[in-house]
Structure formats: C-alpha cells, structure tokens
Design a binder for this molecule. Structure first.
Ligand code: MN
Length: 204
C-alpha cells in the first residue's frame, strides 16, 4: 500500500489545488525539508522531511523554535507527496485543511548519524524508533534538531527540539515574528471569507 493513500483519501482533487503526485526524489544525494505555515481552523506549522520519495509530516501547533529549552509538540500526520514542498495558496472552504498555506522555510537537511545504510533507510529507522536527529539548512531554521516520539501518550505525539549549537537562541522564540505581515493578513481574510461562505451553505 502506498504511504500516500491516506493523503489521497482525505482530499477531493477536483476542489483543492494541492498536488496529487506520487513518489519523487530530490536530485543527487540531497534531501529537502519544508515548513509550511497553515492558517486552517487553527493556525499551525507543518514540518515536512523528504524520506524515501515522500514527505514525512508533523503538524506543529506553535511552530518550530530556535530555543533549545522549548519543547514543541509535533503531531505526526499522513505522508504528503514530494511535490507538496512547493504548495502555497488557499485550500477552499469545506475541504480538508481549508485555509491558507505559506512556505515559511525550506532547505536541505542531513542526518546526524548515518552508519553504512542509505539515507532513506536510516531516516526510516529513526522515525520508526521515534528518535530522529537531523541538521536543518534553512533560511530561518538552522542547525541540529531532534524529533522525539512521546511515550505513554497519543500515538502520534512527538516533540520537536532544538539542540544546543551555534544557531541556538536564548529567550522567547515565536515563529509568527518571522512571518510577513501580508501573509498573516491574508490568512485572517481568507478565514473570514470562509466563515461567511459556510453560513450561506446548508449545514452538512
Ligand atoms: Mn496542516
């Protein structure tokens, strides 16, 4: 079974402009990450890592932090197709994840540990074990991070943690401070539009 089946099932591609696409890889040995600001019913940030031709995905309600003392909840969600890395725009009202999507940061990433096995194998293993250690090379997020699965709790709950390194910051870190005002305004506007539209339609 393709790991993209859940992604496909949740979406009506006649209505949403989100990519359907199957597996694809970055050129060469590079692996990419993307963080998308998603102003849906609740604002959150989607953190995605290319592994074996798809984007492993986590929804981070508060967004990433560059402060190592922050523990950011990251709920693992369905794998997304590789092409989703470039998706920006509005998912229309009534659809899964309705709201605006903005590419907040992107770049390549590396594994901190890779002994012998291929990148995809190692990444897959660390995700399975619930302990993934990576180095992000983005414009906003940089340096070492860990994604650690929480024990004795909801199956999909992970923590996104910044490691102490030269890129780490002290003090409060709010990803919204690094979001352009026009993007914030558009998100609010689209939400208001959707609210108005849903009032016109009969309840489903
Ligand atoms: Mn989302």
């Amino acid at each position: 079974m393709s790991s993209l089946r859940t992604y496909d099932e949740k979406r009506d591609f006649k209505q949403t402009a989100e990519p359907k696409g199957g597996k694809k890889k970055s050129a060469g040995k590079q692996h990419i990450f993307v963080i998308q600001r998603h102003h849906a019913s609740r604002l959150h940030y989607d953190f995605r890592l290319e592994v074996d031709g798809v984007l492993k995905s986590w929804a981070v309600p508060k967004g990433p932090s560059m402060n190592p003392s922050d523990k950011r909840l990251a709920m693992q969600v369905e794998d997304h197709p590789y092409d989703y890395k470039d998706f920006e725009g509005v998912i229309p009202e009534g659809n899964y994840g309705a709201g605006s999507v903005y590419v907040w940061d992107k770049g390549s990433y590396e594994l901190l540990h890779q002994d012998g096995s291929s990148f995809d194998k190692e990444a897959g293993k660390e995700i399975k074990e619930g302990n993934l250690k990576i180095r992000l090379k983005g414009r906003k997020v940089k340096g070492e991070f860990a994604l650690v699965k929480m024990k004795n709790t909801d199956d999909n709950a992970w923590l996104l943690l910044k490691h102490k390194d030269d890129y780490a910051v002290k003090g409060a870190y709010n990803s919204e401070d690094f979001t352009p005002q026009r993007v914030k305004d558009k998100g609010v506007k689209e939400k208001e539009k959707m609210k108005a539209e849903s009032k016109k339609k009969p309840h489903r």
